[in-house]
Design a protein around this ligand. Sequence first.
Ligand code: G3H
Ligand code: 13P
Ligand code: ZN
Length: 326
Amino acid sequence: MAQALHYKDLGLVNTKEMFKKAMDGGYAVPAYNFNNMEQLQGIIIGCVESRSPVILQVSGSARKYANQDFLPYMAMGAVQMAKALSANIPMVLHLDHGDSFELAKSCIESGFSSVMLDGSHHPFADNAKLTKQVVEYAHERDVTVEGELGVLAGIEDEVSSQISHFTKPEEVEEFVEKTGVDSLAISIGTSHGAYKFKLKPGEEVPPLRFDILEKIEKRVPGFPIVLHGASTVVPEYVEMINAFGGKMDKAVGIPEEQLRKAAGSAVCKINIDSDGRLAMTAVIRKIFYEKPGEFDPRKYLGPAREELIKMVKHKNEKVLGSANRI
Ligand code: G3H
Ligand code: 13P
Ligand code: ZN
């Protein structure tokens, strides 16, 4: 790997202050996944224009895709771009679904300001042990750590599970105490990807388990909670994809009002990846359909980036409540 970097030298922050403000203000900070320049710029411009703090998150496979030595400088570029747009928005570079101490350590050494250790597939004791090991290393460097208890269903590249297990509120307190984590991802009915529920005709999306969330809030008052798998799977994008040559039948996600309710609770971070992918794909499909001769990437990636900006602003302003919080 190239030379070691610390996130503060890149102009990034950790999640501590961000989550405290989100908890006090009754909103959630958006955590958008990215792996290329257009996505990153779309997210940053959307957050600058809505004056929202942002968590830029990268999975292990996205880090490989973008190149681990290149990635920190993309984040540094994002900080500089926001400054040039005259908005000093707080930005976190976060490892999404880290699965080993080595990966978390490598990210911390290359400029990440926050890491997730997802040990949710392990038994409680092993999950706690691994998470604690990462917390000790991270905290020495002022990096924050997200853990996970409970399993989300859904299939998504390197994150996959056929079944979900809701988080057991009675385990949360012990996990938080034992590990020293700064935030905790929980399972209350969300799942990864664009096919979150198998609905029969006429059936509605089942509501999230706010009863479990409330029990967790009582066990660890004021502790930041994270929601993964929180894309709405925006129906307009799915319709556009299907209208212009795609095939995404029965794609369905979490309704916006459920996310609004969650954002007003102890949920301080809401993860969105699939909606960004859908927004860009929908626009690109339409352009390719209408202009089959187009071959300049700027002519389709540019409009895709514009759509992502629109989507990010909408989420920040109308769903998560993170707009105008800087
Ligand atoms: O939750 C996982 C994220 O959507 C990242 O997915 O591994 O395909 O980058 P990925
Ligand atoms: P979605 O697939 O619902 O966008 O979830 C993303 C996520 O949880 C990333 O960690
Ligand atoms: Zn996730």
